[in-house]
Ligand binder design. Sequence first.
Ligand code: URP
Ligand code: ZN
Ligand code: ZN
Length: 461
Amino acid sequence: MTILIKGGTVVNATGAVVADVLVDGEKIAALLAPGFPLDADEVIDASGKYVIPGGIDAHTHMEMPFGGTFSADSFETGTIAAAWGGTTTIIDFAVQVKGTSLLSTLDKWHGKADGNCAVDYGFHMIVSDVNDTSLKEMESCIDAGVNTFKMFMAYPGVFYATDGEILRAMQKARETGATIMMHAENGIAIDQLVAQALAQGRTDPVEHGLTRPAELEGEATSRAITLAKVTGSPLYIVHLSAAQALDAVTKARDTGQNVFAETCPQYLYLSLEDLAKPDFEGSKYVASPPLRPKEHQSELWRGLRTNDLSVVSTDHCPFCFKDQKEMGRGDFSKIPNGMPGVEHRMDLLHQGVVKGEITLERWVEICSTTPARMFGLHPRKGIVAPGADADLVVYDPSAQQVISAATHHMNVDYSAYEGMEITGKVDTVLSRGRVVVDSGGFRGATGHGKFLSRELNQYLV
Ligand code: URP
Ligand code: ZN
Ligand code: ZN
């Protein structure tokens, strides 16, 4: 089966060129001079549109257990929503429960995802229990294609790891070439602030933000960077939200340390004002780290331009407003932490191009090419080039759309971006050579998505 995508502007991280793209089976076969005479089984007209590598969302949580409930998207619904939004790869987090092994956790997550995904997927591993066995098991995870390990400086009693435990895991990362991913917030101090707020009768969702100040993200980020320096481990800061944390990352990178960071669309577009919405509406925006005062946003955009922030992922972790966020009415600390977003990352970041915050090529780089390299998928993913998987998005840069829960495909009853007007829209999506979304709707299939066994971080020498 061959498909010719004709007349579009192919945008890679390195530049844009008008070219036709020939797909043969699951792979890109050739980039051709526009109009090069060639017969194909199917022709897609991309005139006036971009042809970009499929988005890679390196931070999602499908069916994630959290606070006595599960995030509302299954691997099936979440990957279909991803496809609608031009994301053709997700990397989700397997979650080790204390007292269980990493390998049984990995088996469990394969049990949830295998055969149920509409686009390709990989896993990171959340390490909640650092001991001799789990440290040894990190090696087996790496052999099984999972070489990125998330740890938490937040959530004492649940996922929290002490500095000593983090140090040990980082030593293992240094030894094996793995990368430690860090949720950097000072959870011990935060828990005190939360208890004090509740004791004073401050129970509204906005307190979630007020009890997790930006300084405590900055402090934890600096501490993680120090531990990484002492051990020689690469470090990837997840969901960075605060200027103080960015400052720490920038300084470390300036000294040549292997420190990388991602931010998320919610920190670029939403703020503490959303968390302060009345009638418990603020609960829709409860995620950790919390939304910050607006001043942080321009710093984050700057970080994206300077590459101190290298990746934008969604941290997609949806909980329904009606049944799930409700659990924290009267006690903000019981609101399940997380927000939906996997469907809108490509659009929201394209909006950054429209607003002049980032270039077109940088859009592709932070949403696809860098995640591919950071998480060992390049050049199979993240590039429009012969030999790469035909994960392709035809994107219409001038189409207008309004984001709404009424039209999105995520299995959640609200949109964090309700009513937001976006210039640009996904037109057609191919996942490994198969058209999964076009004007006719979703044409993919549950189970089409394959597990990606990943190489090590390709930014490390
Ligand atoms: O609030 C969030 N971010 N929920 C998902 C879990 C995590 O910490 O990434
Ligand atoms: Zn986290
Ligand atoms: Zn997360």
